[in-house]
Design a protein around this ligand. Structure first.
Ligand code: HEM
Length: 318
């Protein structure tokens, strides 16, 4: 075989690379000689991925429910992947910021558009039966969903709206004690925390508080304000952040709410939600009023947060 200048150049680079680490290049070439060719299925761990669906009942539609939750968690992971890069970026520019928020938006838009897989895609009678075998588990317990929020804005913005202003400058623990989701997981009959919430807190409270602490000066809202103070913001970044606010706090919650309405609304008697929660008063965005970037909205837009969308998605005032 002829050792062409191209091959020689690569060998020299490899030699330098291994020498720098005190390694013998020839041994590594031996390794290459024996190594198998990579396959698609090994690379993405396909067999493992496809073995992760273990329904608790024999209703076929439960598999759809599991798979769609897993798909959603993978998209959440994609969103977090971008959040982390933004938070850790040194010399952040508005171009990079804009491009990465745009990616997160495309993930949430894919999720919002595909939510019909839940809303229309399962037989109601099957759903109502298999979900009883899943109690007290709920998508409410998605840790990644809450982490995206912690990365997206100041922790104080996640405080329940009744306490948000009062606790705006409070310490993280006090804010956490009134975080919005705790109000969605109280048993209607007793006013007690649901088991769903108790288990969620046990697993994630420490993780959330640590993340909130580390995001205090590098959440997306903070990063935006830092860029703005340096005169480096741009209109496209504002547009993308506004879109993120709508995607995470209005559009996705509404498509999700639509599935709760489809499966759990039964007149005249309501079907209990996972933990016996008042989900109809809790889930709609216009009641929660979670807003990541209030400074990017007008008074009127803030006032009417989520309203127009409720009507256009669900058809009737809720
Ligand atoms: C048929 C489909 C679904 C129904 C009927 C449904 C129902 C509900 C209900 C009633 C709640 C309120 C808390 C509770 O009582 O458990 C809730 C919360 C939640 N669910 Fe779902 N859900 C569905 C699908 C999903 C999917 C696919 C995900 C994706 C991970 C998800 C994620 C969440 C999250 C993150 C919350 C908390 C929302 C918040 O705190 O504002 N859900 N869901």
């Amino acid at each position: 075989m002829e050792i062409t200048p191209e091959i020689k150049e690569r060998l020299e680079k490899l030699q330098a690379k291994y020498a720098a680490m005190g390694q013998d290049m020839v041994s590594y070439l031996d390794g290459l000689l024996h190594a198998d060719f990579l396959t698609y299925w090994d690379y993405i761990h396909l067999d493992t991925l496809l073995s992760l669906q273990t329904p608790k009942t024999s209703f076929p539609d439960e598999e759809i429910f599991i798979l769609y939750h897993q798909i959603t968690e993978l998209y959440f992971k994609l969103a977090l992947h971008e959040c982390k890069q933004l938070a850790d970026k040194s010399n952040l520019t508005s171009e990079f910021f804009t491009a990465r928020v745009k990616r997160i938006n495309s993930y949430f838009e894919a999720l919002t558009q595909s939510f019909d897989i839940m809303v229309e895609g399962m037989e109601k009678e099957q759903f109502l039966q298999f979900r009883m075998s899943l109690l007290p588990a709920s998508g409410f317990q998605s840790g990644q969903y809450r982490m995206i929020e912690i990365y997206a804005t100041d922790f104080s913005q996640l405080v329940d709206k009744e306490h948000r202003e009062r606790l705006a400058k409070a310490d993280l623990k006090s804010q956490y004690n009134h975080i919005y989701w705790k109000y969605g997981a109280t048993e209607l009959s007793t006013g007690e925390k649901t088991l769903t919430l108790k288990q969620f807190e046990k697993k994630y409270e420490k993780v959330f508080l640590e993340l909130a602490e580390s995001c205090q000066s590098k959440n997306l809202r903070c990063l935006y304000q830092q860029l703005k103070a340096r005169g480096e913001e741009n209109p496209e970044l504002q547009t993308q952040l506004r879109q993120l606010d709508v995607n995470v706090n209005v559009n996705w919650p509404l498509s999700h709410y639509k599935s709760a309405v489809r499966y759990l609304n039964r007149q005249p008697e309501e079907i209990k939600a996972t933990g016996g929660t008042n989900w109809q008063k809790y889930l709609p965005p216009r009641f929660q009023k979670r807003i990541f970037y209030p400074e990017l909205w007008s008074e009127q837009e803030l006032e009417e947060w989520g309203k127009a969308w409720v009507y256009s998605v669900l058809g009737t005032p809720q």
